[in-house]
Design a protein around this ligand. Structure first.
Ligand SMILES: Nc1nc2c(ncn2[C@@H]2O[C@H](COP(=O)(O)OP(=O)(O)OP(=O)(O)O)[C@@H](O)[C@H]2O)c(=O)[nH]1
Ligand SMILES: [Mg+2]
Length: 303
């Protein structure tokens, strides 16, 4: 069907932890992008597809934008701006309780430098965390800082204001045939979704720098005759000490992580999963092109 259909890309950008992945999942109606309470959870661009009437909205979740210090940071931030550049509409997420932070200001400055590119809408997120009176003031302040085409007050987690945002986005999209089959929700390969699920469980359980210093890859995926899947994954860590922490006393930590990941994979696939995790020391993975490719990032962007 192409007649009367609309389709386009909507990039979700913002500081780390703003709630971009939560919003993507809410729009799609399924968890396709991992979410944690920590910053820098999302590493690459993840597309989620959502139908609204005759419009197909392809949401592009991006890594948070911050001042990059390391190679991986730079590749992530480049991926985020790349997501914005390719979109029909950009939505900037700002956390209601944090307001116009230095980081948000820096993003707005960068948006100004590319002004005229695409329309940018503002979504003030996490409104469940603040009093209503504060919101008007914040909205005014942000709209003085940048000419947003629209402002939405939302709670991605609770779903407030999300329908309005989706309807408006659908109305703004150009006429176009759909890009994906109507029932497709994500364009990430299953093996990568499975790796992300495990990385989420690791990030939730491990502290400080450790989640940043590890990556997860699906090495083998075997379909079994009984309808179940056997998934073998490797967790690369940069230091020997990290290996012990990931494993935990008597292997307890890795066991709990594996259980949580397996349960989520089983739910996602709708059939039993046998998950095998291996932790490997790989001190230089943060400087290996192949690791970036696996994550969906461009290695050169990290230069
Ligand atoms: N209270 C509240 N919390 C929210 C809301 N939306 C997201 N969160 C929480 O904010 C945290 C970060 O959410 P994410 O969706 O991972 O944020 P992100 O912008 O994708 O973060 P990065 O991938 O690190 O850039 C999680 O703990 C979410 O549960 C909201 O509307 N209200
Ligand atoms: Mg995210």
């Amino acid at each position: 069907m192409t007649e009367g259909t609309k389709a386009g890309f909507v990039a979700l950008i913002g500081e780390p932890n703003a709630g971009k992945s939560t919003l993507l999942n809410r729009m799609v109606g399924a968890k396709v992008s991992i979410v944690t309470h920590k910053v820098q959870t999302t590493r690459a661009r993840i597309r989620g597809v959502c139908m609204e009437g005759n419009a197909q909205i392809v949401f592009v979740d991006t890594p948070g934008i911050f001042r990059p210090r390391r190679r991986l940071d730079r590749a992530m931030v480049t991926a985020a701006w790349g997501g914005a550049a390719d979109a029909d509409i950009v939505v900037l997420l700002i956390e209601a309780h944090r307001g116009l932070t230095e980081g948000a200001q820096a993003i707005i400055e960068a948006l100004k430098a590319r002004e005229g590119a695409q329309p940018v809408a503002l979504a003030i997120n996490k409104i469940d965390k603040v009093k209503a009176e504060k919101l008007l003031e914040l909205s005014k302040q942000l709209n003085e800082a940048y000419p947003f085409v629209r402002t939405f007050m939302i709670s991605a987690e609770r779903g407030y204001g999300v329908d309005d945002l989706r309807e408006w986005l659908a109305s703004e999209l150009p006429e176009s045939p759909w890009f994906y089959p109507e029932d497709q929700i994500a364009d990430l390969p299953m093996r990568q979704i499975a790796a992300e699920i495990t990385r989420e469980k690791l990030t939730l359980r491990l502290h400080e720098e450790l989640p940043y210093q590890l990556t997860v890859e699906t090495e083998k995926w075997e379909e079994r005759e009984d309808g179940s899947a056997r998934i073998d994954q490797v967790i690369y860590v940069t230091r020997d000490g990290h290996k012990g922490i990931v494993l935990g006393k008597g292997g307890e930590t890795i066991k709990a992580i594996s259980k949580a990941a397996r349960e989520e994979m089983t739910e996602f696939l709708g059939r039993p999963v046998h998950l095998f995790l291996q932790v490997k020391l790989r001190p230089g993975w943060l400087d290996e092109a192949e690791r970036y490719t696996e994550m969906g990032l461009d290695f050169r962007d990290g230069d």
